[in-house]
Design a protein around this ligand. Structure first.
Ligand code: C2E
Ligand code: CA
Ligand code: CA
Length: 426
């Protein structure tokens, strides 16, 4: 295979080949076919001096096709007048027997100076023509030219093969993605239509007094194989059904509002995208907004706070409180909080995990508590699992908490009864 030096291969104007040519010649195989051994010798000598890497020779033209198949030369120097098979027949053989995509240049060398001989040879598929006695410089220039074009052709073939492979891979990925999306869409629609969505509720406690102050509604999908709720919501988003699924969960949660004491809030999860969606407008109209906390759960960075704030202000007018979920993780950074000025900050469970043994987590939590204080926001520490974590949070002055230590998400109203600071049953 003749490969162009990369610096030249990409430079369309660089066909002034001298700097790349030696490499092309050195990598080339040239097959010399002439029944006259003296001619063969002369040509071999010439090509060797010019730096051609491999020179094969044949004096019997009947072997040309086999030799080409076996050694795949880059150029054939072909005599026209030979016993057994003449050059025209060999040319025809090559052009009809080799794969049509093969670009094997043939340079015809002949003592026949008639234009008829030249036209016949070119017509039979010769790429170039030199008459004997030939000027050595001319033969070498034509050889170089043909080898260079062969190298360009091979380069193009490699490039095309790469492109074709990339295209095939891309098509396969697209097809797989489309199949996946179809499955996901179907599954989500079934969950929406067939009601395979139920809500569980996790109590939020006043960590100083132990009273239940609220519950967070969390979605469950009791469908085999089991998949966690965040995966269901991620998939639904990919399939363009994110808003529908999020709102279905909120509606299902709000339907159970009557199972809660009037002073216990109901927290629901919504992404900013869903808050901004048109489907969202009437969701809270039928309930007393003062009993609802909206937890804004980020999946991507909010691009346009103006619109989001306008929408949240409308909800605030209905009495709905706004919470920033997962504070200290993901996209819920300080800038996000400053934009939203939430009523509630939910500290992410990563921040709470092992806080009793970690001064850095304590310092960060203290900072966030001061920050919330300045904003006039309440704080909920999420994911409290151990009495030690609870004791630390109490000593830091956290107001509210939520976690397996008090109660796992469960059904209303039983989950309320089992929730205590000392832990529910099981
Ligand atoms: P999230 O909103 O941060 O919900 C808190 C998650 O922490 C819940 O997981 C809850 O079960 C879990 N959790 C509570 N206490 C503890 C604890 O002490 N330790 C540990 N390790 N985990 C605790 P869940 O229910 O699997 O939900 C995961 C995420 O899925 C949620 O994170 C939320 O982003 C999303 N999600 C769940 N339900 C809904 C929903 O109804 N609507 C929307 N939009 N998203 C939801
Ligand atoms: Ca949440
Ligand atoms: Ca959270």
């Amino acid at each position: 295979m003749l490969l162009l030096p990369s610096s030249l291969a990409h430079d369309g104007d660089a066909l002034v080949w001298p700097s790349g040519l030696p490499a092309v010649l050195a990598a080339a195989t040239v097959l010399v076919v002439d029944d006259e051994p003296a001619n063969v010798l002369l040509l071999r000598h010439l090509l060797e001096r010019r730096g051609v890497g491999r020179i094969d020779t044949l004096t019997d033209s009947r072997d040309v096709l086999t030799a080409c198949r076996e050694t795949n030369p880059d150029l054939v120097l072909l005599d026209l007048h030979m016993p057994h098979l003449d050059g025209h027949t060999v040319l025809r053989q090559l052009r009809t027997s080799l794969p049509s995509t093969t670009y094997l240049p043939v340079l015809v060398l002949t003592a026949d100076v008639t234009s008829e001989a030249r036209d016949r040879a070119l017509g039979a598929g010769a790429n170039d023509f030199v008459t004997k006695p030939f000027a050595q410089a001319e033969v070498l220039a034509r050889v170089s030219n043909l080898l260079w074009s062969r190298a360009l052709h091979q380069q193009l073939e490699v490039h095309n093969a790469d492109l074709a492979a990339a295209l095939t891979a891309r098509l396969e990925t697209d097809r797989r993605e489309a199949r996946e999306l179809a499955v996901i869409g179907e599954r989500t629609r079934q969950a929406l239509d067939g009601g395979a969505l139920r809500m569980v509720f996790q109590p939020v406690l006043d960590v100083q007094r132990g009273a239940v102050v609220g519950v967070e509604a969390l979605a469950r999908f009791p469908v085999e194989p089991y998949r966690p709720p965040n995966e269901w919501f991620d998939d639904a988003r990919r399939a363009g059904l994110g808003d529908r699924l999020e709102l279905a969960a909120v509606r299902a949660a709000l339907r159970q509002l009557d199972a809660l004491p009037p002073d216990v809030f109901l927290a629901v999860n919504l992404s900013p995208e869903c808050v901004l969606s048109r489907n969202m407008t009437e969701v809270f109209d039928a309930v007393d907004g003062r009993r609802v906390v909206l937890e804004l759960t980020e999946h991507t960075r909010v691009q346009d706070y103006g619109q989001l704030l306008a929408r949240l202000d409308e909800l605030r007018l209905q009495g709905v409180r706004i919470a920033v979920d997962d504070t200290g993780a993901g996209y819920a950074g300080l800038q996000h909080i400053l934009e939203l000025l939430p009523d509630v900050l939910k500290l992410d469970l990563q921040l709470i995990r092992g806080i009793d043994a970690d001064p850095i987590r304590r310092a960060l939590t203290t900072a966030l508590l001061n920050f919330a204080n300045e904003l006039g926001a309440s704080v909920i520490a999420e994911g409290i699992e151990t009495p030690e974590e609870l004791a630390t949070l109490q000593s830091l002055g956290v107001g509210w908490g939520q976690g397996y230590l008090f109660a796992r998400p469960g059904d209303l109203p039983v989950v309320l009864e089992s929730a205590t600071l000392a832990g529910g049953p099981g």
